[in-house]
Design a binder for this molecule. Structure first.
Ligand SMILES: [Zn+2]
Length: 486
């Protein structure tokens, strides 16, 4: 094939969205019609979940296609958040990205190393992850299965950034981008003046999230500060109890640790002393077992590791924080003012905050714009977090997407998620809701060549019009949809 045949051509008015089938991860290429007749390209995320079969090879094929489709030129790269399944391609296919020019890089304010709120947020996440790593190590001694489950959650990152390569994926992009991110205003913030793309007239890019309020992202205060107001929650307690053994720095910390351990100090008998003690050693040996030898009690009675059980929940919660730092973009088309909504993996706190984001009337269009209005005008929705139950809000989300021509697109591999990971992506309830709202117009990375069936709640003409705008790539590499601006 020649270059022109492989190039992704935008419609005369509207946008074409190509969703790559990276496996389990996000990678979306958008083509806009430029004023000079030349296409302008935007890439949103590029990754696959760690441990997905042939991850590197898949990302290499994906990025080779991106290079060909764009003529080695991306006008904007937007990265929603720092999770492996959204950024791994910038590492796994770095050799190909080296040959692709990048004009501009859009990152959320949460990625600005100079922003004190962002810094604290990251520090909190890393601190919790550290505590968890220590839990995983201990848990591994007692329950290997549970330990590896948690490790899998931690594999999402961003705690391992830079481990597999000399520089992190985001730093690589910062280097590659022609426009440099230096100041506060170079990072994207909700409610800022809508962005534009040079050479593309009329399209407006509204930033809805992540919210500036750390509470909305789900970060509570530092445990050492909240304890004093007796705001200790189970999660903070867990972190502190684990961290004690790493380093006890102050009298106050020591108090906190004692407060958080399963038993009060006077009642605690360290495991190493229990079996050996001459006064009560026999009781422990016959009742709780220690060596597995004959005459030793049952080991299952021991609870040494039980208090570590919440660590899996905690691992998931840390991941949710990072999901909630997702950059959320609403792209408004010039004529119809229809919206394409890209939410990354935003979860509840991020979604909720959009209701309060406003753009004053007169300044950016004749009418005022707010989050609710944006949801109302959404005609194309990139489903959050691979269709998990908590990354598409119901009342303040999908139920507000009332456009008659709504199309939803889900980057997911259900079979792999179910059978290999035991995850419920995409959640059936959400799928039902999407099918209902979009009248069957739900495109999925794991159903690229599958024949979609027309449901009863859509007319034949509308269905045919939808199907005529869907196109599938070779070897199930991508599926794309043309969003017309009319
Ligand atoms: Zn994700």
């Amino acid at each position: 094939m020649t270059q022109s045949e492989t190039k992704l051509n935008p419609p005369e008015s509207g946008v074409i969205v190509r969703m790559y089938n990276s496996g389990f991860g996000d990678c979306l290429l958008l083509a806009f019609p430029g004023d000079d007749g030349q296409a302008r390209y935007m890439l949103i995320d590029c990754g696959v979940f760690m441990g997905y079969p042939d991850a590197k090879e898949r990302m290499q094929s994906v990025v080779r296609d991106i290079a060909a489709a764009t003529g080695n030129h991306l006008h904007v790269v937007a990265v929603t958040h720092e999770h492996e399944d959204h950024i791994s391609g910038f590492r796994q296919a770095r050799d190909i990205f080296d040959g692709i020019a990048i004009d501009d890089l859009w990152l959320a304010w949460t990625e600005n190393p100079k922003d004190p709120v962002a810094r604290q947020l990251k520090e909190t996440i890393v601190k919790k992850a550290k505590a968890l790593k220590s839990a995983v190590n201990r848990l591994g001694l007692i329950d290997q299965g549970a330990a590896s489950r948690i490790q899998a959650v931690l594999d999402f990152g961003p705690f391992e950034m830079g481990v597999n390569s000399k520089i992190s994926e985001l730093d690589y992009l910062r280097q590659q981008s022609k426009k440099k991110l230096k100041e506060q205003e170079d990072y994207r913030r909700p409610g800022e003046t809508p962005l534009t793309m040079p050479g593309v007239k009329g399209f407006k890019f509204y930033v809805l999230g992540p919210p500036r309020d750390p509470a909305a992202i789900g970060i509570t205060d530092k445990p050492s500060e909240t304890y004093l107001t007796s705001m200790m929650n189970e999660e903070a307690a867990f972190c502190i109890a684990l961290e004690d053994r790493l380093a006890v720095s102050s009298k106050q910390d020591e108090m906190l640790i004692e407060y958080c351990c399963p038993f009060n100090k006077p009642y605690e008998i360290p495991q190493k002393d229990a079996a050996a003690n001459k006064d009560y050693g026999e009781f422990f040996r016959t009742s709780y077992g220690f060596t597995g030898e004959k005459g030793q009690g049952p080991e299952w009675r021991r609870i040494d590791g039980d208090w570590l059980a919440p660590s899996e929940q905690l691992a998931l919660r840390i991941n949710n924080y990072t999901n909630n730092t997702s950059l959320v973009l609403a792209i408004e088309m010039p004529e119809s003012r229809d919206i394409l909504l890209f939410v990354g993996d935003a979860q509840v706190g991020n979604w909720r905050s959009w209701q309060k984001v406003q753009w004053a009337p007169g300044t950016h269009g004749e009418k005022g714009v707010d989050g609710g209005d944006i949801l109302n005008r959404t005609v194309f929705y990139k489903v959050g977090h691979h269709g998990s139950h908590n990354a598409t809000l119901r009342q303040q989300g999908l139920e507000m997407m009332n456009a008659d021509k709504l199309v939803a697109i889900i980057p997911v591999d259900q079979e792999w998620a179910h059978t290999v990971k035991g995850w419920s992506h995409p959640e059936q309830n959400l799928l039902d809701g999407l099918e209902e709202k979009a009248k069957g117009r739900v495109l999925r990375a794991d159903r690229i060549s599958a024949q979609l069936e027309k449901p009863d709640n859509i007319g034949t003409a509308a269905w045919q019009s939808f199907m005529s705008k869907v196109e599938c790539g070779p070897d199930n590499l991508w599926i794309q949809f043309t969003v017309e601006d009319k």
